[in-house]
Design a protein around this ligand. Structure first.
Ligand SMILES: NC(=O)c1ccc[n+]([C@@H]2O[C@H](COP(=O)([O-])OP(=O)(O)OC[C@H]3O[C@@H](n4cnc5c(N)ncnc54)[C@H](O)[C@@H]3O)[C@@H](O)[C@H]2O)c1
Length: 310
């Protein structure tokens, strides 16, 4: 099987996309640390239930898994998540940073707490788990144990394209995409790859926290029809990126939803104005307005993605 012998940590794997990733990777032979705080979608509260339910499901279908209830936003907690894999299954091969919360507000209504909570789970949580895993892989590499480490981070169109009312979340998700290709360059020499996904799926975060997006996704389909927004559709890409077969895939960002996977590209120059000498501000403005009017810098929007179909 694709992931035979691999030990995988998936954060936020008690529900939604992480749960589907855990179930599929368990089926494909991986031993899975199912991390989940069991929080409400805004990050409040905690429950051991969701992580244990996923562990039970994996075990029922013949796989091996263990639950962990630490919060990814706690630096020491993240260390315990990584240690849980090593203590339980003897090593760590794959880290999927997936845990997430939402606190959508327009910028003028956003409290300091809403900002900090979202940055703590997404951006700091991704840093925390990644940092502990990379220390471990570098140490193992030094003693000749090359573990073909894999990190699959979870970004979002909210950060790659922009979505009003999500300046906290989008900023974290854009930074996670950037972190992915930066840390990939740092860790490539230790046999580690770092890639990111930007999923599109009907989960608690879309249904409960972003009703406008949920409305675009509908209620699901009838028996036997392909439900493009089922979170199950995201998991195959993550399973493949975790495998030895994806050893040469470095620092990529993929949008994934339904049966579609898009290879994404980030900031790059799209137009320029130039002269040999210091610009007069008004003359520069005139040239820039002419250039912008050509439309070459128009950015893809989330509405374009839905209009294009999955
Ligand atoms: N659903 C989408 O369309 C979509 C789009 C783009 C990105 N994402 C991202 O996908 C990831 C999964 O989200 P989902 O849609 O499955 O939502 P979800 O709410 O179903 O699952 C998120 C899980 O993360 C857990 N969690 C929250 N805070 C945690 C913490 N501090 N430590 C450990 N676990 C914690 C929650 O308990 C929950 O089980 C998130 O990073 C989200 O931002 C989702």
């Amino acid at each position: 099987m694709l992931l035979d012998g691999k030990v995988v940590v998936i954060t936020g794997a008690g529900r939604g996309i992480g749960r589907e990733e855990a179930l599929l990777m368990g089926k494909l032979g991986a031993k899975v640390v199912v991390n989940d705080l069991g929080a409400h979608f805004d990050g409040t509260g905690a429950s051991a239930g969701p992580a244990h339910e996923v562990v039970d499901e994996i075990k029922k279908s013949g796989g091996d898994a263990v639950a962990n209830g630490d919060s990814v936003s706690d630096f020491k907690g993240a260390q315990r998540i990584v240690e849980c894999a090593i203590d339980t299954f003897g090593k760590l091969n794959v880290l999927v940073n997936n845990a997430g919360i939402l606190r959508d507000r327009m910028i003028f209504n956003m409290s300091e707490e809403d900002w900090d909570a979202v940055i703590a789970v997404h951006l700091k949580g991704t840093f925390n788990c990644t940092r502990h895993a990379c220390v471990y892989w570098r140490e193992q590499h030094k003693v000749g144990d090359v573990l073909n480490g894999r990190i699959i981070n979870t970004s979002s169109d909210s950060g790659l394209l922009g979505n009003p009312s999500q300046s906290n979340y989008g900023a974290a998700k854009a930074a996670i995409a950037a972190m992915s290709f930066i840390i990939d360059r740092e860790m490539a020499k230790y046999g580690v790859t770092v890639n990111a996904i930007a999923p599109v799926a009907r989960t608690r975060l879309t249904v409960e926290a972003t009703p406008a997006t949920a409305a675009l996704m509908g209620q699901g389909t009838g028996e036997g029809e392909f439900d493009v927004f089922n979170p199950r559709n995201v998991a195959p890409l993550v399973a493949w990126l975790a495998s030895d077969d994806a050893a040469d895939v470095h620092g990529e960002v993929f949008r994934v939803g339904g049966g579609t996977v898009w290879a994404m590209q980030g900031w790059h120059s799209a137009a320029k104005v130039q002269q040999r000498g210091v610009w007069d501000p008004s003359a520069l403005g005139t040239k820039l307005k002419t250039e912008l009017a050509k439309g070459g810098t128009r950015k893809e929007t989330m509405a374009d993605v839905f209009a294009g179909g999955l």
